[in-house]
Design a protein around this ligand. Structure first.
Ligand code: GLN
Length: 195
């Protein structure tokens, strides 16, 4: 198994540390040739979605990654990564991969509550630490999207097929459960492809 970590901007090193802790091999996607490597899953880290969206286009990643996600390669997206996947942002005209049928609101918690920490339930896993940094939340989901976490009435984590996306940063805390869940999705994807 090998996971490709989008490493053009943002908190990609923290995801790599998580993968190290789980003993999972990875490579960084920094230039177009990196996408020729063989990998079975993708991590889209937090950061600034506008910058990341611009860079993935300029570097020639856009079509290849979109096709891989569209065809079912598992993807773990955190914070800005969620914005890259979302079909729509209610306060931004830009969309990026648009493979996840949800609407997000960028910087949804405003300035005062820009960053915060809590522990809360993640469906199927239990209580996990959740660090939010100028986070988006999800305001609308279409059919077949599973809601995995909420913050009051707002949706903070979802899955849809092999796309697992959340508005917080599991890579910034010690708990590895969400990354373990993603690794299991990748294992399943590899087995299904082989059969
Ligand atoms: N506010 C950022 C954006 O809109 C996301 C913040 C994050 O990834 N921590 O892209």
């Amino acid at each position: 198994m090998k996971i490709a970590v989008l490493a053009v901007q943002g908190a990609f090193l923290e995801h790599e540390k998580m993968l190290d802790r789980l003993g999972v091999d990875y490579l960084e996607l920094r230039k177009k040739e990196d996408l020729k490597e063989s990998y079975n899953g993708i991590i889209l880290p937090g950061g600034e979605s506008t910058v990341q969206g611009k860079l993935i286009r300029e570097l020639g990643f856009y079509d290849i990654l979109k096709e891989q996600i569209h065809s079912g390669m598992p993807v773990l997206a955190t914070c800005a990564g969620l914005i890259l996947l979302a079909e729509k942002a209610e306060n931004d005209d830009r969309t990026h991969f648009a493979t996840l049928p949800v609407t997000v609101k960028r910087n949804a918690y405003g300035r005062q509550l820009g960053s915060f920490y809590k522990e809360d339930i993640f469906e199927g896993i239990g209580k996990v630490p959740m660090t939010f940094i100028r986070a988006p939340y999800i305001t609308n989901v279409k059919e077949d999207v599973s809601i995995l976490a909420r913050d009051k009435e707002f949706i903070t984590a979802v899955s849809y097929g092999n796309q697992l996306a959340m508005s917080f940063h599991p890579e910034l805390d010690e708990d590895t459960k969400i990354h373990q869940k993603f690794v299991k999705m990748v294992e399943k994807y590899i087995t299904q492809k082989a059969s």
